[in-house]
Write a protein that binds this ligand. Structure first.
Ligand code: KIV
Length: 291
């Protein structure tokens, strides 16, 4: 069954946690789909996790489209959410143009960062029929290189609360809360009718999102709010090192990896090389040179 925002909303009503995970390529999309993830998310964290950029602000619309198209091929039932990159939604018109591009390449919904001030942009997207996810708390596109907990004081928590309500009123279908104290995300989640999705925002959000590289142990450092479900970085490094050593020491390929031909065919080839091979290659060279 294809999952849409009504499905996600119904999960909130039933108090069933929503699962969301970043994804940047086809094989990961297929694996996340197989695992039954509700929202497969092509985040602009593709920049730092896959493209080697130092900041998500370097991610272009072309980058996002490239990875969206790959993920799209692996997603069937999940809701495919995509980040609008930094600088691609600075006005309602620009946001609409960006969202139309992302929809053309297969996005089911678009995500944008920012609070109260983004309400007019959200409204114009929703009016045009887009499913929109907001993102408040720590916002990587504008928050700088150090991911820090937001909403720790009364004033900043109140700002988050006001942003959450304004974005809901503007029509967002989902709201990501990143690096927010659990007590604050709980209050916001209880107040909003739309689902909240937390990352480093505690246990009481309607769903959780994680960066896939963080939970698989591909990220080369530990992220405090992420649980490590595998150590693929170490496993991959070990495997590559073993491959290099095997090739260098003649242990690879083994007989099992070798393809061969019938003995009589190779005997014919060897006899022909002895008899005519040298002449034939000389002739081929001359023929090419003559042309
Ligand atoms: O791009 C991303 O990975 C995100 C998550 C942190 C929610 O926006």
């Amino acid at each position: 069954m294809k999952k849409d925002t009504a499905f996600l909303q119904a999960k909130k009503q039933r108090r069933e946690p929503i699962t969301m995970l970043t994804c940047y390529d086809y094989p990961t999309a297929a694996l996340e789909e197989r695992a039954g993830i509700d929202v497969i998310f092509v985040g602009d964290s593709v920049g730092t996790n896959v493209l080697g950029y130092s900041s998500p602000t370097e991610v272009t619309l072309e980058d996002i489209v490239h990875h969206l198209r790959a993920a799209r091929r692996g997603v069937h039932d999940a809701f495919l959410l995509v980040d609008m990159p930094f600088g691609a939604y600075t006005s309602p018109d620009q946001a609409l143009a960006t969202a139309r591009t992302l929809r053309r390449y297969g996005a089911d919904g678009v995500k944008l960062e920012g609070g109260l001030g983004q309400a007019p942009i959200v409204r114009s997207l929703v009016d045009e029929g887009f499913d929109v996810c907001g993102h408040i708390g720590f916002t990587p596109q504008t928050g700088g290189p150090r991911a820090t907990l937001q909403g720790r004081s009364f004033e900043s928590a109140r700002e988050l609360w006001q942003s959450a309500l304004a974005l809901e009123a503007a029509g967002v279908h989902l709201l990501v809360l990143e690096l927010v104290p659990e007590a604050v995300s709980k209050l916001i989640t209880e107040r909003l009718s739309i689902p909240t999705i937390g990352i480093g925002a505690g246990r009481y959000c309607d769903g959780q999102v994680q960066v896939v590289n963080d939970i698989l142990g591909i990220t080369p450092f530990r992220v405090r709010h992420a649980k490590l479900y595998a150590s693929l970085g170490d496993l991959t490094a070990q495997a590559i090192e073993q491959y290099r050593a095997d090739v260098e020491h003649g242990r690879f390929p083994e007989p099992a990896h070798v393809r061969d031909m019938r003995a009589d065919e190779i005997t014919k080839l060897e006899a022909w090389i002895q008899r005519d091979g040298a002449r034939a290659s000389g002739e081929a060279g001359r023929t090419q040179g003559d042309q």
